[in-house]
Design a protein around this ligand. Structure first.
Ligand code: FAD
Length: 458
């Protein structure tokens, strides 16, 4: 990297360029995944799309790999990297809400909780995930599922258009009417096609909901019972069930803290009486250890699963074709044998509106998958992650007979075969063709990478 070129970039853009000797450099490059500590070469914080275009041109001229960082939650640590140039979108913070048209326009640097808070003022929302600190662009580009997915579909199903700067520096709007192939590809294809600067969403109603946390004993019967109930529940109810140590929380009895529990968190997005009825079968699974389910403002969902601090962790995930005893027992055994300091296994029942569109509708193709499982183990340091990795891979092996694919948003760096699992073959071929059209030199490769290959006819 030529110092004069760095100075030229800094002078040419209205945002900031941070070199490693800048006092804010390492704080700015921090991400939540500490498994692979990285030392980027440069951080650019664009203030507008033109800055992004200049940064991309600079990286190409200087031969730097580009990492794009939004909320910094990639479990693969893709928001940074050794020797890379980070394009950090945090200053792209524009936000406008049109409640009459039910449209929300968000800068790519915003976090999920900021988007949800702005929409909530109007009794509306954009269906995002369970963690408020995830970046809105990062979750959207992978598909995005959360509490409202069974009712309103994936985050990408509410995406109306996105502005992105492509590898050749063009600012392109992708929507159903403008570059539809690119629009298809970014709805699940991750950060492969450009740096998104702005997203336009169609909002849905979510004011006061009936939700909270139901803490149940960590028994096999409870774990076996949750998925059928969640699958049979009305679409308005979305829950996430985690087998984990009971967190310290105001509602948790002190003697339960740290002991294994099944924590069912969720939201019924509808009226109170129907919400009570929808939650009743979960309450009947076992005598609850704690129960906070009741009326709450939708934006409080981000208090339900605040997420842990940055940590060196290993996670593995899979869409499963059924949640039967094979899956339940694999998760229970994994939890019981987990190494490291903190472990969690999680079950999300999907279906509902996600499956209302065909698998070919977007690059997120696993729409028929009824459930998704995720297991995470945390180690005290990157050096001690080995047993966590072996454990996580064992779990994946135990789930193999039920696994029907991987979710790109939860993938770590698990190799090319796992990226292929994120996309059925036809989807991958179409993505590869879009990549060849929009990024033939694979400029955007610090991600779950799609190789640019022109598709053969089917
Ligand atoms: C605690 C936690 C909870 C989660 N919960 C959910 C959930 O409920 N539902 C769900 O679907 N997912 C969930 N995820 C996964 C999450 O959606 C992905 O990890 C997502 O990629 C994170 O985005 P980010 O911006 O925070 O991360 P970053 O690390 O900043 O970015 C991740 C990658 O996204 C791409 N990217 C980000 N911004 C841009 C941009 N502007 N332009 C182009 N590419 C970009 C890049 O390839 C980047 O490397 C969760 C993750 C964590 C850690």
């Amino acid at each position: 990297m030529r110092p004069a070129a760095v100075a030229g970039l800094a002078a040419a853009i209205s945002g900031d360029v941070l070199a490693p000797d800048h006092p804010a450099f390492y704080g700015t490059s921090a991400v939540t995944q500490l498994a692979r500590p990285a030392r980027p070469a440069l951080i650019v914080r664009p203030a507008c799309a033109a800055d992004v275009a200049r940064a991309i041109a600079f990286a190409r001229e200087e031969g730097l790999v580009i990492a794009v960082r939004g909320g910094g939650h990639s479990s693969a640590g893709h928001g940074t990297g050794d020797g890379v140039m980070v394009i950090d979108t945090r200053d792209l913070r524009h936000l406008s809400v049109d409640p009459t048209a039910r449209r929300l326009r968000a800068g790519a640097g915003l976090l999920a909780r900021e988007v949800v808070a702005a929409a909530h003022e109007h009794g509306l929302t954009v269906p995002l995930g369970d963690s408020g600190s995830v970046g809105v662009a990062g979750i959207t580009l992978g598909g995005g599922f959360g509490y409202l997915s069974r009712q309103h579909g994936l985050t990408v199903d509410r995406l109306v258009s996105a502005d992105l700067v492509t590898a050749d520096g063009r600012l392109v709007t992708a929507s159903a009417d403008s570059e539809p192939d690119l629009f298809w590809a970014i709805r699940g294809g991750g950060g492969n096609f450009g740096v998104v600067t702005s997203l336009d969403f169609d909002m849905v109603e979510a004011g006061t909901v009936h939700g909270g946390a139901l803490v149940l004993p960590a028994s096999r019967d409870v774990l076996r019972g949750v998925a059928p109930l969640a699958g049979a529940a009305p679409r308005e109810l979305g829950v996430i069930a985690s087998l984990m140590p009971a967190p310290r929380a105001p509602f948790m009895p002190p003697d339960a803290v740290g002991r294994p529990v099944v924590l069912v968190v969720g939201v019924y997005n509808g009226d109170r009486a129907a919400g009570e009825a929808a939650w009743a079968p979960f309450r009947a699974l076992a005598r609850p250890i704690a129960d906070t389910v009741g009326p709450m403002p939708y934006h409080d969902v981000y208090r339900l699963a605040p997420g842990g601090p940055p940590a060196a962790s290993v996670s593995r995930s899979a869409f499963v074709e059924v949640v039967d005893d094979v899956v339940v027992d694999a998760l229970r055994e994994a939890y019981a044998s987990a190494p490291g300091t903190r472990a969690m296994v999680q079950l999300r029942v999907l279906g509902g509106a996600i499956g209302d569109r065909p698998g070919e509708a977007t690059a997120y193709a696993h729409r028929a998958a009824p459930a998704h499982v995720l297991a995470t183990a945390t180690a005290p340091s990157p050096e001690s992650l080995g047993p966590c990795e072996a454990w996580a891979d064992d779990l994946l092996g135990a789930l193999r007979s039920r696994s029907i694919g991987a979710y790109v948003n939860f993938l770590e760096d698990e190799g090319e075969a796992r990226v292929r699992e994120a996309y059925p073959a036809r989807t991958y071929r179409r993505l590869a063709a879009a990549k060849a059209a929009w990024d033939p030199d694979n400029v955007f490769r610090r991600n779950h990478n799609i190789r640019p290959v022109v598709a053969r006819a089917d």
